[in-house]
Design a binder for this molecule. Structure first.
Ligand code: HEC
Length: 134
């Protein structure tokens, strides 16, 4: 995605803020499909840097973090979302980045300043996908 598009998406996400619908009821197979693509994407989500993910070829994923197989059965959608937005609540020294935080970070590339890794809509999509991993 080009920087102006990313900036527009991030601006939109920030405008929605934390009042964005958590969208359990609205989660559809489309959400989950988009979430699956984000999780496997090695330029944006980069979850596979650390996690094994069902359906992603083994040589391509890391082993620093728990295998995400079955995570949808272990955690509720609210818990999954919190893992993505505030991983430090579960482990203050977590290696996992917050996919929502955009402040208090250091050494952020100029074109990414002030932008979260995921928009609220992308968080919804990734949570919808993780919830299918049972
Ligand atoms: C830099 C490494 C790293 C990246 C990138 C990363 N994680 Fe994590 N994640 C971890 C670690 C380590 C844990 C284990 C708990 C802890 O120490 O924070 C974890 C825990 C989790 C958990 C809880 C798992 C459980 O069984 O309790 C979920 C869900 C999760 N990550 C999802 C994701 C998703 C989805 C992405 C991509 C959008 C992602 N993570 C990206 C390192 C990472």
């Amino acid at each position: 995605m080009h920087a102006p598009v990313l900036a527009a998406v991030a601006g939109w996400a920030l405008a929605l803020g934390t009042t964005a619908a958590c969208a359990d009821a609205a989660a559809s197979p489309d959400n989950a499909a988009r979430g699956a693509a984000l999780v496997a994407n090695r330029n944006q989500g980069l979850c596979v840097l650390c996690h094994a993910v069902p359906g992603v070829a083994a040589p391509l994923h890391g082993s620093l973090a728990p295998d995400l197989a079955g995570v949808g059965a272990r955690l509720s959608t609210a818990q999954l979302r919190e893992r993505l937005t505030a991983p430090e609540r579960f482990n203050p020294d977590s290696l996992m980045p917050s996919y929502r935080r955009s402040e208090g970070l250091t050494r952020v590339a100029a074109q990414r300043q002030g932008q979260p890794l995921f928009s609220e809509a992308q968080l919804d999509d990734v949570v919808a996908y993780l919830a299918t991993l049972r």
